[in-house]
Design a protein around this ligand. Sequence first.
Ligand SMILES: Nc1ncnc2c1ncn2[C@@H]1O[C@H](COP(=O)(O)OP(=O)(O)OP(=O)(O)O)[C@@H](O)[C@H]1O
Length: 964
Amino acid sequence: MKCKFLFTFVLKLQNSFPIALCVSVPHRNMTKSLLNYFFFYFCFIESLITSQQTLKSNMKKKFQSVFEGITNSGNQTFLNQIYTELYITEGESGEVNNEHEVRQIESVTWKPERPETAIRHEDIFKPSPGRDEPIRTVMTKGVAGIGKTVLTQKFTLDWAEDQTNQDIQFMFPFTFRELNLLKDEQFSLVELVHHFFSETRGISRFEELKVVFIFDGLDESRLPLDFHNNEILTDVTKSTSVDVLLTNLIRGNLLPKAHLWITTRPAAANRIPAEFVGMMTEIRGFTDPQKDEYFTKRFRYKKQARMVISHIKKSRSLHIMCHIPIFCWITATVVEEMLNKKDEEDLPKTLTEMYIHFLVVQTKLKVIKYDGGTETDSHWSPESRKTIESLGKLAFDQLMKRNLIFYESDLAECGIDIRAASVCSGVFTQIFREERGLYQNKVFCFVHLSVQEFLAALHVHLTFIKSGVNVLAKGETKSKVLETRSHGSSEIEIYQSAVDMALESPDGHLDLFLRFLLGLSLETNKRHLGGFVAQTEESLATNKDTAQYIKEKMNNDLCVEKSINLFHCLNELNDQSLVEEIQQSLQTGSLSAHQLSPAQWSALHFMLLSSEKGLETFDLKKYSASEEAFLKLLPIVKSCRKAIITLYPFCPLRLSGCNLSERSCEALSSLLSSTTSSLRDLDLSNNDLKDSGVKLLCSGLMSPDCELEILRLSGCLITEEGCAALASALTVNPSHLKELDLSFNNPGQAGKESLAALLKNPSFKLESLSMEPAGERWLTPGLRKYSSPLTVDLNTVSRLLKLSDGNRKVTRGEEEQPYPDHPDRFDLCQLLCTDGLTGRCYWEVEWGGRIYVSVSYRGINRKGVNDDSWFGFNDKSWSVICSDDGYTVWHNGRKAFVPVSTSSVYGRVAVYVDCPAGTLSFFRVSSETLIHIYTFNTKFTEPLYPGFIWSAVESAFNVKLLAS
Ligand SMILES: Nc1ncnc2c1ncn2[C@@H]1O[C@H](COP(=O)(O)OP(=O)(O)OP(=O)(O)O)[C@@H](O)[C@H]1O
């Protein structure tokens, strides 16, 4: 058809309704009908704009304030005033997570595997780099109280206030909680929208509009969401059940161009098949700076904010929990009330303490606000006791059934009638909240799952104190407990059964409950509850027994998460023994893998992860030079480069001389190829990795995600084959590795050439390649390849020492020996060997009695009996003292290590020194195995000389130099 007239209108009526019309009119007569058409069209646009503006204005009113449990008392908290940016990440993982939700926030530091791209909330639908197509469905998961609802609220409010996402024409925020109430109703999609958003009643089609549907709280959905069996529906005007509507909307059968945002707690994320989720995001909570920001916003006075921040930083448990915004709010509520009356020192330090104060604050508020009482009146009136008791029972019963939301019938089961419940929720608004759904149905929930867990634990205590019944016991045992109560053994049974129950739960849903239960058993905490919970006599002894029981459980092979929770439990019981043990070992030197029990391992994990300073370099030898230790500490190795708390992304990984084998290479390879690995510097020297280990490592090295710059493989038993594997891995991934150390291996001519060629090739980043010394000699396993024979320097030998066995054995003599005068001779009972060491050297000696095995600069003082000449007591020498008290390491008069007693008066020690690297290591030798004692890291400025001291006049004290 030929075009006679062509009208082109480009109208921009309103930001979100840009209209471009390009109309060709085939005939002049058609102009009238065209104008008619425009008239109707503009009316339609105008009605859209009006609907949008009314909707925005209503949303502004609805979402400008946030529910914080105080709506009933008339106060308002403005969202924009308190809103603190959250750390949201994009992650592909749609995996089901069965862990307890509160514990997951702690374990974020343990799971840095998933890809991490931080996203700002307003960009949730924007395509991420490398992805062009728009995202239809975004799912955001996050644990209870992490801020999912607040986030969707902020997203909607920003839109309604014309701040962000103005290309979106309509936003429809739904909650599953409300949708549950329409479970048995029939609607078309359009009717459902009209039902909740009456402002849009003038609009009958949404296909051509840019709309966003938000569905908050999938975990609370009581709709079946049966994606497999629900009928297919494509007509937005056809009536059906809400469940069918939702499954079809999510599948994209209805409104395929709409955007969907679904939020959920992690455990329910899999209720929507992964194929219908375009992008998975996760709210990780507040980072450390965001926690500070939250408290700074929350408190009117800066001084108060500073005090709270410094207080929570002192307490590990509180600081971790403040990742969760709702816990920040609980902390702020409690601290605000207490700061007026108490010093910072008296503020709650453990989780249980914090929740007890929360309860006390709420109960006091009730006395003042609702009962007309004053601050000095007792807050534990019979009514408030009764209320707390009923809530406790409800909390416990529902927790055992895993219910977080309760209906009238649930309350009736606990003997709470609906009227009383309304009173509870009206009075203790911050503890128990009443949700009013459509049609005035009432649903109840605790303001946070942790509050339910706390009240449930309180219920267990109260029931036991009142009636002697252990509500955790089943059937017969319950009454047995009642009988045995008088014998004083039943209280501990409660704690033991709670520990067992928590350990049996696969998803840890009783973990926090257990922490509270144990926390409540402390006398100090009972005192905080001031008479509400009676004190029992045997508590102190019981606590000790419970702590012992927990430690025994920790020695069973538990998963990391479980033992971490038990560790928190010990903290609640005020039992610091495990931490102290580890702290002492760390302060004084090294930990041996063979000495650590599983419980101590958890303690070490916990302490490393909680280190406030973070890890700048991870040096495995500091903890334990063993493969077992490496594999156990791998989560920390990973977390030291990606974590919310300790962010040192480029920390070098020192694993030299740690007895690692192929097993570790596999783990390292996956670390190198993980998308989140920011490992740049890896030192694997002096591990017997062999070619097979290097090949495994190469698969990580060639991954496009590996950005390693420095790799040290010196003394790793590598031959031509390993070098070839390295050369081909670098050919695949040539752009990162700058430094490769392959000295003390046997690369052969071919190996040397293949790698040297890369050095010359400009397309490779490689700048430094060390391959000397090289040769067959370096294929001897372990450090013995560096063996160097020792020769006693006869001019240095004290006259108190006697030589025998061709000068290889030295004994403390009873009489002075007639050695000639010499300026190098020691007055002290010690000697030095002849050759000054400058490279890598290793030697072994047998000792008997009490002997110092040392290295020293030649310039050490020879005359007189003073610290200047005594090995280990000046800055020129280093010693390990070997005796039946154990091994102690000394330098410059300072003791570096106090290990457990050896209770043996003779033994074998090995010394390894790498002069250029500045490392000096001492080992105990037990059936040819080297057990690491201590490593000094320093800078040697002169050649080193091996030496020995005999510290007492005992002829049995001797040193035997072992042949290499
Ligand atoms: N970004 C934020 N800034 C300030 N406070 C916040 C923020 N997010 C959450 N909060 C606080 O935490 C409380 C709980 O948040 P919210 O209800 O959004 O959690 P949720 O993840 O939806 O939890 P649930 O899964 O239990 O429904 C809020 O009432 C508010 O006090």
